[in-house]
Design a protein around this ligand. Sequence first.
Ligand code: PMP
Length: 352
Amino acid sequence: MDRLQKMLRPQIASLKPYSSARDEYAVGEVSAASLTLLDANENALGSMLGEGLNRYPDPYQINLKREVGGLISVLPEYLFLGQGSDEAIDLLIRAFCEPKEDEILIFPPTYGMYEVSAAVNSVHTLEVPLNESFQLQVDEAKKTWTERTKLVFVCSPNNPTGNTVSREDIISLLESFPGYIVVDEAYIDFCEEKMILPLINQYDNLIVLRTFSKAWGLAGIRLGMAIAAPGVVRVLNSIKPPYNISTLTERAALRGMRFSVQKKKFVQIIIEERKRLSDSLLEARVVEKVYPSDANFILVRFSDGPRVYNTLKERGVIVRDRGSLPGLEHCLRITIGKKKDNDQLISIISAL
Ligand code: PMP
C-alpha cells in the first residue's frame, strides 16, 4: 500500500465526495456567456453587485491555480487553495487523523492553530519543545511519535519565535517519518533563500503551506494554499466545501499577483524596519533580548513583559503577549509596522 492509502482515514479513503453542479461542466474552460446555465440554482437574472457574482465560482480554481502555480513554480495539480492556510491545516487534520485515535506532533512554542484544529477534531497533539535556540529536537521527535502520529507540523520561519529551522533537520524528519511533514512557510517571503518548497518533488511526504496574508498584504481576501503530491491535493479537494474560494477572492488574487514589484518593495522595507526596530529596542532599559527574526515580526524579552504590554495598550499600541508560552516568559511578539508605528513603539518603550 502506498503512503497515502496507509495514512488516510479509512472514512476518507472510501468517501464518495459531493459532486457539485459545476463539477459536471468546467465553466472556467469555456466562455460562460456562450452557455445557458440552468444547473446550479443560481439567480440567472443577475446580481445586485458586480458582474458574474450571481454565479458560483469555479470549485477547482483552474485559472487561479495556473497563475499561483506560475508564481511559485509548481504545477497546478500540486496546489490546493484554501480560505487562508488555516483551512488547509484543518482539512489536513480531518483527512489524516481519526478522531480520538490519531495524533499530530508539534514543536512548541509555535503557531497555535495546529493544536486548536486538532482539538476541534478530537485529535491529540504530541509536543516536542524547541531547544534553547528554537531549533527542532529531531531525535526527541523520533522517540515521541507513534504509529498513530499522522502529521508533524514544522513552522519555518516559526511563529512566534521568528527564526527559520534547520534544513537538515527537516530533511531528517522527511526521511524518517512514515506520515506527512507539514512545513508552514507563511513567512517565507521574508527569507526566500531558506524555502523548503523546492524539495516537493523529492519527498512525497512533504506538504508546504503558503499564504497571501503576509508579504502580499492580502490577509483580508483569505487565500492560502497547501502544496503537496497530487494524490494529497485530490484528497483535500474531495473534502473541502465545494466553493471554498469566492469569486471576489479569486479576482483580488489575480489582480494582486500583478504587483510582484510592490510585494518585493514591501518585503525590503519590512526587513529594513525590522533591523531599525531591533537595534533601537536593544538600547532600551527594559529590553533584555531581541531574538533574531527571518519574518515580519520580532520576539522581544523584557524585564517585565506584562508591564510593557499594558503600557503599550494604554497608549493604543497593540502587540501580542506571548509570555504565557513555555520558555517565553516576559516575551512580546511585535509585528513590524509602518515607520511611524515603529517610531511610536520605540518612543514608548525607550521612556520606560
Ligand atoms: N501559519 C502561520 C505560521 C501563521 O502565523 C498564520 C497566521 N497568523 C497562518 C498560518 C494562517 O494564515 P492564513 O490563514 O491567513 O493564510
